[in-house]
Design a protein. Structure first.
Length: 235
Protein backbone atom coordinates (compact mmCIF):
# COMPACT_ATOMS: atom_id res chain seq x y z
CA UNK A 1 0.00 0.00 0.00
CA UNK A 2 1.24 3.47 -0.93
CA UNK A 3 0.89 6.50 1.30
CA UNK A 4 1.53 10.21 0.74
CA UNK A 5 1.85 12.63 3.66
CA UNK A 6 1.71 16.38 3.13
CA UNK A 7 0.57 19.64 4.68
CA UNK A 8 -2.84 20.81 3.44
CA UNK A 9 -2.57 23.51 0.78
CA UNK A 10 -4.96 25.97 -0.84
CA UNK A 11 -5.79 24.92 -4.42
CA UNK A 12 -2.34 23.30 -4.84
CA UNK A 13 -0.33 23.00 -8.01
CA UNK A 14 -0.23 19.84 -10.13
CA UNK A 15 2.77 18.34 -8.30
CA UNK A 16 0.74 18.01 -5.10
CA UNK A 17 -1.88 15.95 -6.93
CA UNK A 18 0.70 13.94 -8.87
CA UNK A 19 1.85 12.45 -5.57
CA UNK A 20 -1.62 12.18 -4.07
CA UNK A 21 -3.36 10.37 -6.94
CA UNK A 22 -0.63 7.73 -7.06
CA UNK A 23 -1.21 6.87 -3.39
CA UNK A 24 -3.85 4.76 -1.67
CA UNK A 25 -3.94 7.03 1.37
CA UNK A 26 -3.25 10.75 1.73
CA UNK A 27 -2.54 11.98 5.25
CA UNK A 28 -2.75 15.75 5.67
CA UNK A 29 -0.50 17.19 8.37
CA UNK A 30 -3.01 19.53 9.97
CA UNK A 31 -1.39 19.61 13.42
CA UNK A 32 2.08 20.86 12.46
CA UNK A 33 3.22 24.49 12.70
CA UNK A 34 1.70 26.99 10.31
CA UNK A 35 4.22 28.47 7.89
CA UNK A 36 3.91 32.06 6.76
CA UNK A 37 4.28 32.62 2.99
CA UNK A 38 3.80 28.93 2.24
CA UNK A 39 0.88 27.55 0.23
CA UNK A 40 -1.51 26.87 3.10
CA UNK A 41 -3.56 29.99 2.35
CA UNK A 42 -2.46 31.08 -1.12
CA UNK A 43 -1.68 29.97 -4.66
CA UNK A 44 -1.19 31.24 -8.20
CA UNK A 45 -3.50 31.59 -11.18
CA UNK A 46 -2.79 32.75 -14.72
CA UNK A 47 -4.08 36.14 -15.91
CA UNK A 48 -3.63 38.20 -19.06
CA UNK A 49 -0.85 40.03 -17.20
CA UNK A 50 0.95 36.89 -16.04
CA UNK A 51 0.78 34.96 -12.78
CA UNK A 52 -1.23 36.31 -9.87
CA UNK A 53 -1.28 35.27 -6.22
CA UNK A 54 -4.70 34.81 -4.62
CA UNK A 55 -4.35 34.82 -0.85
CA UNK A 56 -6.80 34.09 1.95
CA UNK A 57 -6.25 36.52 4.85
CA UNK A 58 -5.72 34.78 8.17
CA UNK A 59 -5.70 35.94 11.79
CA UNK A 60 -2.49 35.62 13.79
CA UNK A 61 -0.02 34.08 11.36
CA UNK A 62 2.29 32.95 14.15
CA UNK A 63 4.49 29.93 13.49
CA UNK A 64 3.64 28.87 17.04
CA UNK A 65 0.12 28.03 15.87
CA UNK A 66 -0.79 24.70 14.37
CA UNK A 67 -2.36 24.75 10.92
CA UNK A 68 -5.66 23.54 12.35
CA UNK A 69 -5.69 26.49 14.76
CA UNK A 70 -5.34 29.24 12.17
CA UNK A 71 -8.52 31.27 11.62
CA UNK A 72 -9.56 33.01 8.41
CA UNK A 73 -9.95 36.79 8.61
CA UNK A 74 -13.54 37.13 7.44
CA UNK A 75 -13.55 40.89 8.03
CA UNK A 76 -12.19 41.01 4.48
CA UNK A 77 -14.39 39.91 1.57
CA UNK A 78 -11.76 37.53 0.23
CA UNK A 79 -14.30 35.01 -1.14
CA UNK A 80 -15.82 37.52 -3.55
CA UNK A 81 -12.34 38.64 -4.56
CA UNK A 82 -11.12 35.11 -5.31
CA UNK A 83 -14.24 34.19 -7.24
CA UNK A 84 -14.01 37.49 -9.16
CA UNK A 85 -10.42 36.71 -10.14
CA UNK A 86 -11.36 33.20 -11.24
CA UNK A 87 -14.38 34.43 -13.20
CA UNK A 88 -12.37 37.15 -14.94
CA UNK A 89 -9.52 34.89 -15.99
CA UNK A 90 -11.18 31.51 -16.59
CA UNK A 91 -14.78 32.10 -17.66
CA UNK A 92 -13.84 31.55 -21.30
CA UNK A 93 -11.88 28.35 -20.67
CA UNK A 94 -13.32 25.16 -22.25
CA UNK A 95 -14.37 23.40 -19.05
CA UNK A 96 -15.15 26.35 -16.78
CA UNK A 97 -18.85 25.53 -16.57
CA UNK A 98 -18.06 21.99 -15.42
CA UNK A 99 -16.76 23.29 -12.10
CA UNK A 100 -17.98 26.90 -11.81
CA UNK A 101 -21.01 26.17 -9.63
CA UNK A 102 -18.95 24.27 -7.07
CA UNK A 103 -16.32 26.99 -6.73
CA UNK A 104 -18.87 29.80 -6.65
CA UNK A 105 -20.78 28.10 -3.82
CA UNK A 106 -17.54 27.37 -1.96
CA UNK A 107 -16.46 31.00 -2.03
CA UNK A 108 -19.89 32.21 -0.97
CA UNK A 109 -19.80 30.04 2.16
CA UNK A 110 -18.30 31.42 5.37
CA UNK A 111 -15.28 29.41 6.51
CA UNK A 112 -13.82 29.73 9.99
CA UNK A 113 -10.57 27.74 9.69
CA UNK A 114 -8.19 27.63 6.75
CA UNK A 115 -7.63 23.89 7.23
CA UNK A 116 -11.34 23.13 6.76
CA UNK A 117 -11.48 25.05 3.49
CA UNK A 118 -8.24 23.51 2.20
CA UNK A 119 -9.38 19.96 2.92
CA UNK A 120 -12.87 20.54 1.51
CA UNK A 121 -11.37 21.78 -1.76
CA UNK A 122 -8.85 18.93 -1.90
CA UNK A 123 -11.51 16.27 -1.33
CA UNK A 124 -13.73 17.64 -4.06
CA UNK A 125 -10.94 18.19 -6.59
CA UNK A 126 -9.79 14.59 -6.03
CA UNK A 127 -13.37 13.56 -6.78
CA UNK A 128 -13.46 15.73 -9.92
CA UNK A 129 -10.34 13.92 -11.10
CA UNK A 130 -12.12 10.60 -10.71
CA UNK A 131 -9.72 9.22 -8.11
CA UNK A 132 -10.69 7.05 -5.15
CA UNK A 133 -8.38 8.09 -2.36
CA UNK A 134 -8.66 7.83 1.41
CA UNK A 135 -7.91 11.24 2.94
CA UNK A 136 -7.10 11.56 6.65
CA UNK A 137 -5.91 14.25 9.05
CA UNK A 138 -2.73 13.60 11.03
CA UNK A 139 -4.48 14.97 14.13
CA UNK A 140 -6.89 12.03 13.92
CA UNK A 141 -4.26 9.31 13.58
CA UNK A 142 -3.16 9.25 17.21
CA UNK A 143 0.46 9.19 16.02
CA UNK A 144 2.98 11.54 17.66
CA UNK A 145 6.61 12.29 16.97
CA UNK A 146 8.52 14.73 14.82
CA UNK A 147 9.95 14.91 11.32
CA UNK A 148 10.75 11.58 9.63
CA UNK A 149 10.09 9.61 12.81
CA UNK A 150 6.43 10.59 12.67
CA UNK A 151 6.13 9.93 8.94
CA UNK A 152 7.42 6.41 9.47
CA UNK A 153 5.03 5.89 12.38
CA UNK A 154 2.06 7.01 10.27
CA UNK A 155 3.07 4.60 7.51
CA UNK A 156 3.28 1.75 10.01
CA UNK A 157 -0.07 2.72 11.55
CA UNK A 158 -1.82 2.18 8.22
CA UNK A 159 0.26 -0.76 7.06
CA UNK A 160 1.87 1.14 4.18
CA UNK A 161 4.98 -0.45 2.68
CA UNK A 162 5.61 2.35 0.19
CA UNK A 163 5.95 6.08 0.91
CA UNK A 164 5.66 8.68 -1.87
CA UNK A 165 7.96 11.60 -1.17
CA UNK A 166 8.08 14.98 -2.86
CA UNK A 167 11.17 16.66 -4.30
CA UNK A 168 13.81 17.78 -1.82
CA UNK A 169 17.55 17.91 -1.22
CA UNK A 170 19.66 14.84 -1.93
CA UNK A 171 20.96 14.92 1.64
CA UNK A 172 17.43 15.14 3.04
CA UNK A 173 16.21 12.27 0.89
CA UNK A 174 19.16 10.07 1.85
CA UNK A 175 18.49 10.57 5.57
CA UNK A 176 14.76 10.02 5.05
CA UNK A 177 15.25 6.87 2.96
CA UNK A 178 17.55 5.31 5.55
CA UNK A 179 14.97 5.77 8.31
CA UNK A 180 12.17 4.30 6.18
CA UNK A 181 14.38 1.42 5.04
CA UNK A 182 15.05 0.44 8.67
CA UNK A 183 11.31 -0.03 9.03
CA UNK A 184 10.81 -2.01 5.82
CA UNK A 185 9.20 0.87 3.91
CA UNK A 186 10.27 1.73 0.37
CA UNK A 187 10.53 5.42 -0.57
CA UNK A 188 9.47 6.65 -4.01
CA UNK A 189 10.84 10.11 -4.74
CA UNK A 190 8.61 11.99 -7.15
CA UNK A 191 10.76 13.73 -9.74
CA UNK A 192 7.96 16.02 -10.87
CA UNK A 193 8.08 17.83 -14.20
CA UNK A 194 5.29 20.39 -14.63
CA UNK A 195 3.61 19.36 -17.90
CA UNK A 196 2.50 21.76 -20.60
CA UNK A 197 -1.20 21.85 -21.41
CA UNK A 198 -3.71 24.30 -22.90
CA UNK A 199 -3.95 27.59 -21.00
CA UNK A 200 -5.79 30.85 -21.37
CA UNK A 201 -3.90 33.83 -22.79
CA UNK A 202 -1.57 31.66 -24.95
CA UNK A 203 -0.05 34.82 -26.42
CA UNK A 204 1.80 35.21 -23.11
CA UNK A 205 3.34 31.75 -23.29
CA UNK A 206 2.92 28.79 -20.94
CA UNK A 207 3.16 29.46 -17.21
CA UNK A 208 4.16 26.45 -15.06
CA UNK A 209 3.28 25.76 -11.42
CA UNK A 210 -0.19 27.27 -11.52
CA UNK A 211 -2.98 26.13 -9.20
CA UNK A 212 -4.76 22.90 -10.14
CA UNK A 213 -7.78 24.97 -11.22
CA UNK A 214 -5.77 26.19 -14.20
CA UNK A 215 -5.54 22.60 -15.42
CA UNK A 216 -9.14 21.69 -14.55
CA UNK A 217 -10.71 24.65 -16.32
CA UNK A 218 -8.61 24.17 -19.43
CA UNK A 219 -8.37 20.39 -19.77
CA UNK A 220 -11.35 19.01 -17.81
CA UNK A 221 -11.59 15.20 -18.15
CA UNK A 222 -8.03 15.00 -19.48
CA UNK A 223 -6.62 16.45 -16.24
CA UNK A 224 -5.93 13.14 -14.51
CA UNK A 225 -4.06 11.70 -17.49
CA UNK A 226 -1.93 14.85 -17.67
CA UNK A 227 -1.19 14.66 -13.94
CA UNK A 228 -0.19 10.99 -14.07
CA UNK A 229 2.15 11.66 -17.00
CA UNK A 230 3.86 14.52 -15.17
CA UNK A 231 6.33 12.38 -13.22
CA UNK A 232 9.75 11.59 -14.68
CA UNK A 233 9.86 8.52 -12.49
CA UNK A 234 7.21 5.83 -12.47
CA UNK A 235 5.66 5.87 -9.01
Amino acid sequence: MKINIHQPEYLPYIGFFERAVNADVLVLLDDVNYQKNAFINRNKIKTKDGEKWITIPVIGRSSNKKINEVLIDNSKNWGASHWGNILTNYSKSPFFENYAHFFKETFEKKWEKIVDLDIYLLENIIEFLGVKLKILKSSETGVDGSATERLVAICKKFGANEYISGPGTDKGHKTEEEEFKKNGIKVFISDFSDPQYSQQFPENGFLPYMSIIDLLFNEGPKSLEIIKNSSKKNI
